[in-house]
Design a binder for this molecule. Structure first.
Ligand code: AAL
Length: 427
């Protein structure tokens, strides 16, 4: 029996199914859409026949039908950078939560939380004026420069802890940079108690300077206040991350809420026409339901976000044309934590954001028991309209068996399995 006959047979079968379903209202909507045969060659344009939800998503949600052609999909690669000493990783020196990287006067600049304490973090109960409660407690904002982004030269302190009771007297951490009308602004978390007492509670403060090398003048006032009683951002405003969009400052931030030990992390937006405020929080906040530290960049006429670590949508790259309503543009893996990209057009108020190819990040919880500290690293990727690096667009990360076995069962899990196996074999 030849192929044509089979084809006609299948089509008439489909036609008869269609007929059978004709009484349900669902058909009305898709009346004009019939069932079809999905072709051997992947259509670039959405076929005009009934599609499953997954295929609807493929054409409606993603910038391209394959990750290889998806400008907002990338792998991430890491380089151990040079120029920072960690005192034999004994936990007394920590560098973490880097800022966006900027290029100024022939050099790249990055700011970060720097802790140098006699002891590693000891928890809120054991903390004191010199003993930190957490890895960023008693922190200052330091900075470093580099001519290649791999070899860095630490320049020293940019923002010191102010005198009590000024905002930030306990710690100034997690800074990010804005350039606005020729002046520079560093936004940072200003702690007024040791982190971990109730939670990781702090508002956001700001300092300004005429050059990235400072001197930085603290504004000594809270510019992004905590939310009202019962609000998601009532206690913590973290990871302030300013960009310029639609002629305004778009400052994204993270907040921890919910129960201690089971914090929920989401991200919000506050906008302003003046770097010193007032900032207006967006009525739709939170605008990103997952993620941890904030990492965003202008992309085409909108804003893209790296969303990692926490929440249902962790390990995604998201995009919002209005900078508010983010949709998942790709799913990826091994994303950089506290990703701090080099964003050449961060402050250009561009309608044609070109994307990113590298940045700084951190690895935390190093040193093992009693030596908790973090270190800075560099990541590379291809989330740029001006680069097409097929190596970065390959969706598979090739892990070795050792990589998998490193993720071994805990003793508690082994016990559970032994018990259930025993129970199973007894029956
Ligand atoms: C980081 C950031 C903020 C938090 C703490 C230090 O991952 O989210 O900076 O306060 O952890």
């Amino acid at each position: 029996m030849n192929k044509a006959l089979i084809y006609i047979g299948v089509l008439s079968l489909l036609f008869s199914c269609n007929q059978n379903l004709s009484d349900s209202s669902e058909l009305d909507e898709t009346e004009e859409l019939k069932y079809g045969i999905f072709p051997q060659t992947l259509p670039e344009v959405k076929p005009e026949f009934k599609l499953s939800r997954a295929l609807e998503r493929l054409y409606d949600n993603y910038p391209a039908t394959k990750p290889q052609n998806n400008e907002l999909f990338s792998q991430f690669k890491y380089t151990d950078i040079k120029g920072f000493d960690y005192n034999n990783h004994d936990g007394t020196i920590s560098r973490r939560d880097p800022s966006k990287v900027i290029f100024y006067n022939g050099k790249y600049y990055v700011w970060y939380t720097y802790r140098n304490t006699p002891l590693p973090p000891q928890g809120a109960e054991k903390s004191s004026d010199v003993i930190p409660s957490a890895d960023w407690d008693l922190g200052e904002i330091w900075y470093a420069t580099s001519t290649d982004g791999f070899n860095w030269e630490e320049q020293g302190v940019a923002i010191k802890r102010p005198e009590k009771p000024v905002v930030g007297w306990r710690a100034v951490t997690t800074a990010d940079i804005l350039k606005w009308k020729g002046k520079y602004y560093l936004y940072y978390q200003g702690f007024m108690e040791a982190s971990g007492k109730r939670g990781d509670d702090c508002p956001v403060a700001v300092s300004y300077a005429d050059s990235p090398d400072g001197p930085w003048t603290p504004y000594n006032q809270i510019v992004i206040p905590n939310g009202g009683e019962g609000a998601w951002d009532q206690y913590s405003i973290h990871d302030p991350y300013p960009l310029v969009h639609n002629g305004k400052i778009y400052l994204y931030y993270k907040s921890d809420f919910g129960e201690k030990g089971d914090w929920i992390r989401m991200q919000g937006l506050a906008t302003a026409d003046n770097p010193l405020g007032p900032f207006t929080k967006h009525p739709l906040n939170p605008v990103i339901s997952s993620g941890h530290e904030t990492s965003l960049f202008p992309f085409k006429d909108g804003i893209a976000a790296l969303v990692y670590k926490d929440g249902n949508e962790h390990n995604t790259v998201q995009f919002a044309q209005d900078g508010v309503n983010f949709e998942i543009a790709s799913i990826t893996e091994m994303m950089p934590y506290a990703a701090a990209p080099f964003v050449p057009d961060a402050f250009d108020d561009t309608k044609d954001g070109r994307g990113i190819t590298w940045g700084m990040a951190h690895f935390i919880a190093l040193g093992g028991k009693g030596k908790f500290h973090s270190k800075l690293t560099r990541f590379d990727c291809d989330l740029s309209l001006d680069l097409h690096d097929p190596e970065m667009k390959e969706p598979r990360v090739n892990y070795t068996p050792e990589d998998y076995f490193k993720r071994s069962l805990s003793n508690k899990q082994k016990e559970r399995i032994e018990k259930s196996t025993a129970a199973y074999t007894e029956n």
